[in-house]
Design a protein around this ligand. Structure first.
Ligand code: SF4
Length: 63
């Protein structure tokens, strides 16, 4: 398991991460980002893709 943090001050809620890694990131009914704080290592590629596509580099992962 790895842990995710998102810097809410940077995040603009445009949802690119939710497209790249929908099992981990999603947008709620108010259009605000929600995410799993931990994820299975099998999803690491998807999460790395989400990190790459985030336009403001707001996503951070630590083991
Ligand atoms: S891609 Fe980045 S800025 Fe966009 S919702 Fe996800 S964390 Fe926020």
């Amino acid at each position: 398991m790895a842990q995710i943090t998102v810097d809410r001050k940077l995040c603009d809620n445009h949802g690119q991460c939710a497209i790249a890694a929908p099992k981990v990131f999603s947008m709620n009914d108010e259009g605000i980002l929600e995410f799993e704080e931990t994820f299975d290592d099998a999803l690491l590629d998807e999460v790395e893709e989400a990190i790459d596509v985030c336009p403001v580099q707001a996503i951070f992962v630590k083991d």
